[in-house]
Write a protein of this length. Structure first.
Length: 401
């Protein structure tokens, strides 16, 4: 069999370069979930050489010294499960495939919590969270860009709150992924797009979730993009209990998406209330209002005057009824009966106290002749005293032996 001459012949180096370019164009930057294998820390050069593997495959990985200082904001260990971002590369001199690591974070809440604290301390030392670096939020913004997930609950909450508050705001929606491996790049891109619109304020928002769900808002790339932004940013990520690094670096942090919408509207609402109060005060001082007040007072007085005779008649009638009842209880017959009763009572008391009644029951009054008063004791009488004894039906004389 005779083979035809090939149209084009490549060298090994050029073929590998073609494969390298194809990988970069077709695959590009990807995220891998893998285990750190043969991870021993930095080489003498400062670069990191290790492997990434799962149950079915393994690949060499390289983390260059310049990127390692930014990437390794947690304590990476051999055997740790990680999420890494990077690009595949072919080293033509050895014909080997490697994965160039551009970002890496641990999997699991424990590792993420450690990474969160390490990155937080790093950025804190750099001064990214200092209040002096935060931009003032306009009291009455006109143009607002909302960065949030398309069709998300956070987006619905924000729009419904703004509609209910009715603040005069021009709202622009800039949708982005808010969770997953590609979310951080999407969020940074959305922030750049929002900045080009030159709004008065940017509202960055998503609903609540676990530490893993919210991790994109803890990525150093996004945090630094927020810190570098020259437009005020309000962070409204998660619920009350959630705190992200974006919350700390933003110019203002709201506890919920709804609270964020209320905050950017609050200045307008306060101004509108002030205008309403001023309007009421001006109305109160206007001649028309004064005339209306006088009319109201006149109508009230007129009503009272119309009612006054009826009220007086009712009061007089009530007084007459009270007088009539008083006369019924204090007429001549009643007074006479009361006096007769008192007389009978006095007669009874006098009858009881009458000495004649006592004598009739066998008692006697004894006195010494020629002396006043009656004897109360036998010792008061002396021998030979002549006594006068008063009985009920007469008296008799006696001599003391």
């Amino acid at each position: 069999m005779v083979l035809s001459a090939p149209d084009e012949v490549f060298s090994v180096a050029s073929a590998l370069e073609m494969a390298r370019n194809a990988l970069d164009c077709e695959v590009g930057s990807v995220w891998l979930e893998a285990e750190l294998f043969q991870y021993r820390g930095p080489h003498a050069s400062g670069h990191y050489y290790f492997k990434l593997r799962d149950e079915e495959a393994i690949v060499d990985a390289i983390m260059w010294r310049g990127k390692a200082a930014r990437i390794l904001n947690f304590d990476a260990q051999d055997g740790m499960q990680v999420l890494v971002q990077g690009r595949f590369d072919i080293y033509a001199a050895r014909g080997s495939l490697s994965f160039q690591v551009e970002a890496m974070r641990p999997l699991g809440a424990g590792g993420l919590a450690q990474q969160f604290e390490l990155l937080k301390q790093k950025l804190l030392v750099e001064g990214l969270f200092e209040s002096e670096k935060k931009l003032a939020i306009p009291v009455r913004p006109h143009k607002v860009v909302v960065i949030t997930g398309q069709g998300s609950a956070a987006c619905a909450d924000i729009l419904s709150s703004l509609e209910e508050l009715r603040a005069p705001l021009d709202i622009y929606l800039c949708y982005s992924l808010v969770q997953g491996a590609q979310a951080v790049d999407d969020l940074v891109g959305a922030l750049e797009a929002a900045t080009k619109l030159r709004p008065d304020v940017i509202l960055l928002s998503r609903g609540g979730g676990s530490l893993e769900d919210l991790w994109s808002f803890n990525e150093e790339k996004l945090v630094r993009a927020i810190a570098a932004c020259r437009i005020p940013i309000v962070s409204a990520v998660g619920h009350e209990v959630d705190t992200t690094l974006c919350d700390l670096v933003a110019d203002y942090s709201a506890m919920t998406p709804t609270a964020g919408a209320q905050f950017i509207s609050s200045g307008w609402l306060a101004s509108l209330q002030e205008l309403k109060n001023l309007h009421h005060r001006l109305l109160a001082q206007s001649p028309q209002f004064a005339i209306q007040r006088l009319r109201n007072r006149f109508h009230q007085a007129e009503s009272r005057l119309a009612q006054a005779p009826l009220d007086l008649l009712a009061q007089t009638k009530a007084k007459l009824l009270r007088y009539a009842n008083g006369l019924l209880h204090s007429g001549p017959a009643v007074v006479l009966a009361q006096h007769q009763a008192r007389c009978r009572t006095l007669e009874a008391r006098l009858a009881v106290a009458n000495p004649q009644q006592l004598l009739g029951r066998g008692y006697a009054l004894v006195q010494v002749e020629g002396q006043d008063g009656y004897l109360r004791s036998a010792s008061e009488a002396k021998s030979k005293n002549k006594l006068l004894v008063q009985l009920a039906d007469g008296s008799l004389r006696a001599t003391v032996e």
